[in-house]
Design a binder for this molecule. Structure first.
Ligand code: PEP
Ligand code: MN
Length: 337
């Protein structure tokens, strides 16, 4: 529900209305439209009477928001959100950023070598999994906390902020203190208790779309994080499960303009998991930018053939470098078009 206020509404009146709504357990968000000032209500509004609100002489009108997501929706925040990451990196609202690195952290030598290479090519953030969500319990599960320590060394040596996946609430405090962007993996997109806990940390969260989730479900998952009122969210399209077997997943690039229409949150694309093949990463990364993505997350490995996880979809640092050149040329062309 959105309460549209008259221009004559006094700050004290707005404040009283806000307190009244908050006392009913609702989350109240300020919305500044082009000329209007509005209050967005998220939560169970079934007990709020539209007629009752309209009796206040400073209320212009009340609008129902039919979408099941609220805080991630454009109605509640007409402008693009810009997510600020420590180290001066920004994503969204015209700020473009590339996250690059291996699927998994394997050794100090590996993560350092890749981190230095991707930084030289212009990546803004370093990725690397320490806790890996593997389909098989017998596959490499990641180095856990030891891996996180190695990622921190790479951050220290390169200055790149780090992005890594949280799998459970076990190490929330460590992620809070050590990780710059907390990744919620596709398989955990609807782990609602994890979303709520991460939402309390006040950190940027990279939320990956579930392999079988609709766009609406992705946005409702984002609301689970945002409703805690502290963390910011970057959405990630990483491919969905379809009947097609020629690729690992079907990269749903139409999700990019759809998300940008429905939501104010930045959208990044993962062409690595989205396709599953290294030679498809380059064209689909370019296509993602053409579709309007605010950023990319790309798996890069210095020895893809020996990678402990996802080597088949990892590009080499040399190819990543070529891609970064092509991306900046494409972005320039798109900006001047
Ligand atoms: C990953 O980024 O390494 C990963 C496991 O991605 P997803 O959750 O999209 O499968
Ligand atoms: Mn991977």
């Amino acid at each position: 529900m959105i309460i549209i206020l008259k221009e004559s509404a006094a700050p004290a009146q707005i404040e009283e209305l806000r307190k009244n709504m908050e006392s009913r357990g609702l989350v109240v968000q300020d919305i500044r439209g082009e000329s209007k000032y509005m209050l967005g209500l998220a939560g169970d509004t079934s007990g709020v009477s539209e007629e009752g609100l309209q009796r206040f002489d400073f209320v212009d009108r009340v609008m129902k928001v039919s979408e099941p997501y609220k805080l991630s929706g454009r109605h509640f925040h007409p402008e693009d959100s810009v997510v600020e990451i420590p180290g001066g990196v920004r994503i969204g609202g015209g700020n473009f950023a590339v996250i690059a690195g291996p699927c998994s952290i394997e050794s100090e030598e590996q993560i350092l070598s890749i981190a230095k290479d991707v930084k030289r090519s212009g990546a803004s953030l370093l990725r690397g999994g320490a806790f890996k969500p593997r389909s098989s319990p017998y596959a490499f599960q990641g180095l856990g906390l030891d891996g996180l320590e190695l990622l921190k060394i790479a951050k220290e040596k390169t200055g790149l902020p780090i992005v890594t996946e949280i799998m459970s609430t076990d190490y929330l405090d460590i992620f809070e203190s050590d990780v710059d962007v907390i990744q919620i993996g596709a398989r955990n997109m609807q782990n609602f208790s994890l979303l709520r806990e991460v939402g309390k940390l006040g950190k940027p969260v990279l939320l990956k779309r579930g392999p079988s989730s609709t766009i609406e479900e992705l946005l409702m998952a984002a609301d689970y994080i945002l409703v805690e009122g502290k963390s910011s969210v970057i959405l990630c399209e990483r491919g969905i499960r379809t009947f097609e077997t020629a690729t690992r997943n079907t990269l749903d690039l139409s999700a990019v303009p759809v998300l940008r229409k429905k939501s104010h949150l930045p959208v990044v694309v993962d062409p690595s998991h989205g396709t599953g093949y290294w030679d498809l990463v380059f064209p689909m990364a370019l296509a993602s930018v053409a579709a309007g993505a605010d950023g990319l997350i790309i798996e890069v490995h210095n020895q893809p053939e020996r990678a402990l996880c996802d080597g088949q979809q990892s590009i080499t640092p040399a190819l990543f470098d070529k891609l970064m050149h092509k991306l900046s040329a494409l972005r320039e062309t798109l900006q001047s078009a």
